[in-house]
Design a protein around this ligand. Structure first.
Ligand SMILES: NC(=O)c1ccc[n+]([C@@H]2O[C@H](COP(=O)([O-])OP(=O)(O)OC[C@H]3O[C@@H](n4cnc5c(N)ncnc54)[C@H](OP(=O)(O)O)[C@@H]3O)[C@@H](O)[C@H]2O)c1
Length: 339
C-alpha cells in the first residue's frame, strides 16, 4: 500500500475505508473485507457510531495474529459537541474505549464550529425553532493546545483538522507547537479546491479527500435525518468524462475518480459496504492517468458550486462565528443552491 509521509514522521496509507452512515453489523463486515483486501487505514469519528465495530474487528484480527495494531492506521475525530479545550481529552478517551485501543494514529478536530450537547447522549441540543444551539465561545486555539497534549500523552500519533478553511488553518499554524499533520476535507472531481491543496502542501499538511466519489446516497440521509436536501445533488460517478475514461482504461468509474485524486498526492477514504466495491476501491495502483486525462478530470471542477457538505443541514450553523464556508452561501448576492 502506497503511503504518504506526515510532518509527524508517521506514514498514512493513501487509501482508507470510510465508515460514515454504516450500521454496526455492516461496519464489522466491511472492515473485515477491507482488511482481507489489504486496507491498512480506517476512517471513523465519535459521531459515526462505528468505533465499537471497528474496535471489535481489529481486536479479533490482532488476537488471531492476522495483523498487528502498529501496522494499521486508525483515524477518529473530536465531535462538534466536544469542540472546546476541556472536552478534548475526555472525548478522545471515550473514542479509545469504544475502539478498545490505547492510541489512534490520527485525531482530527471534526469541524471548526461547536454545538452545545446533551451530556448523556452527546447529541447536539436544539432550540424550539429547530436551530442548533451554538457554542459561540469555542476557543479554537485552546482546543488545538489540548489536541497537542494528546500527542504528548501518546494517545494520538498525529493530529489534524477537518472542514477548516484556509484562514482557520493558518491561524492555528501561527500559534501551534505541533502543526496539523492532515486536513480532511470534501474533495472530489466537482470540488477540487486547488488553492487550498497547494497551500496545504506549502504548509506541510497532507490533504485527505472525503466523499471522493461524490457521496452517492448522502442526500437521502440529509433528507431523512435533517429534513434537508440539496437541489441538483451531483452524480459524479455518472459523468460522461468519467465513463469515457473508465472504458479507455478498463477500470470502473469509481477507480477513475480515486486514481485522479491519489495521483495528485491526496489521500482518499471511499466508503463502501459492498465487497466488490471495497476491493475495487483499493485496486487503483496498476494504471496511471496520462496528463491529458488528468487535465480533463481537472476541468470537471465546479468550485464552490460543487460542494455537497456545506453543513447547512445543521439548521442555523451559518451563524456560528467559525462557520467555515461563508463563501458558499452567496455568489454575486444569490444563494448558491438556487443557481
Ligand atoms: N470529515 C468529515 O466531515 C467527513 C464528511 C463526510 C465523509 N467523511 C468520511 O469520508 C468517507 C467517504 O465519504 P462518503 O461516505 O461521504 O462518500 P463516498 O466515499 O464518496 O461515497 C460512498 C458511497 O458510494 C458508494 N460506492 C463506494 N464505492 C463505489 C464504487 N466503486 N462505485 C460506485 N459506488 C461506490 C457507496 O455505496 P456502497 O456502500 O453500496 O458501495 C456509498 O454509498 C466517509 O465514509 C467518512 O469516513 C468525513
Amino acid at each position: 500500500m502506497k503511503t504518504l509521509k506526515l510532518n509527524s514522521g508517521h506514514d498514512i496509507p493513501i487509501v482508507g475505508l470510510g465508515t460514515w452512515r454504516a450500521q454496526p453489523e455492516e461496519t464489522e463486515k466491511a472492515v473485515h473485507t477491507a482488511l482481507e483486501a489489504g486496507y491498512k487505514h480506517i476512517d471513523t469519528a465519535f459521531n459515526y457510531n462505528t468505533e465499537e465495530s471497528i474496535g471489535e474487528v481489529v481486536k479479533k484480527w490482532t488476537k488471531e495474529g492476522k495483523t498487528k495494531r502498529e501496522d494499521l492506521f486508525i483515524t477518529t475525530k473530536l465531535p462538534h459537541v466536544g469542540n472546546r479545550p476541556k472536552d478534548v481529552g475526555r472525548y478522545l478517551q471515550m473514542s479509545l474505549e469504544r475502539l478498545q485501543m490505547n492510541y489512534v494514529d490520527l485525531y482530527l478536530v471534526h469541524m471548526p464550529f461547536s454545538f452545545l450537547g446533551n451530556p448523556e447522549t452527546h447529541a447536539p441540543l436544539t432550540n424550539e425553532d429547530g436551530t442548533f444551539r451554538l457554542d459561540v465561545d469555542n476557543d479554537v486555539i485552546g482546543t488545538w493546545a489540548e489536541m497537542e497534549k494528546q500527542v504528548e500523552q501518546g494517545k494520538a500519533k498525529s493530529i489534524g483538522l477537518s472542514n477548516f478553511n484556509l484562514e482557520q488553518i493558518e491561524k492555528i499554524c501561527l500559534s501551534c507547537k505541533i502543526k496539523p499533520s492532515v486536513l480532511q476535507v470534501e474533495h472530489h472531481a466537482y470540488l477540487q479546491q486547488p488553492d487550498l491543496v497547494e497551500r496545504c502542501k506549502k504548509l506541510g499538511i497532507v490533504v485527505t479527500a472525503y466523499s471522493p466519489l461524490g457521496s452517492p446516497g448522502a442526500n437521502q440521509h440529509f433528507s431523512s435525518k435533517y429534513n434537508y436536501e440539496l437541489e441538483d445533488f451531483p452524480d459524479i460517478l455518472g459523468h460522461p468524462t468519467v465513463g469515457n475514461l473508465s472504458e479507455k482504461y478498463g477500470k470502473t468509474p469509481g477507480q477513475i475518480l480515486l486514481r485522479h485524486i491519489t495521483q495528485k498526492g491526496i489521500v482518499v477514504i471511499p466508503k463502501s459496504l459492498n465487497p466488490k466495491r471495497i476491493k475495487d476501491n483499493i485496486d487503483i495502483f496498476d494504471f496511471e492517468l496520462i496528463d491529458d486525462d488528468i487535465r480533463m478530470m481537472n476541468d470537471l471542477d465546479r468550485g464552490e458550486k460543487g460542494r455537497i457538505f456545506d453543513f447547512l443541514f445543521f439548521k442555523g450553523v451559518e451563524k456560528h462565528p467559525e462557520y467555515p464556508f461563508k463563501q458558499r452561501l452567496t455568489v454575486d448576492g444569490e444563494k448558491i443552491s438556487q443557481l
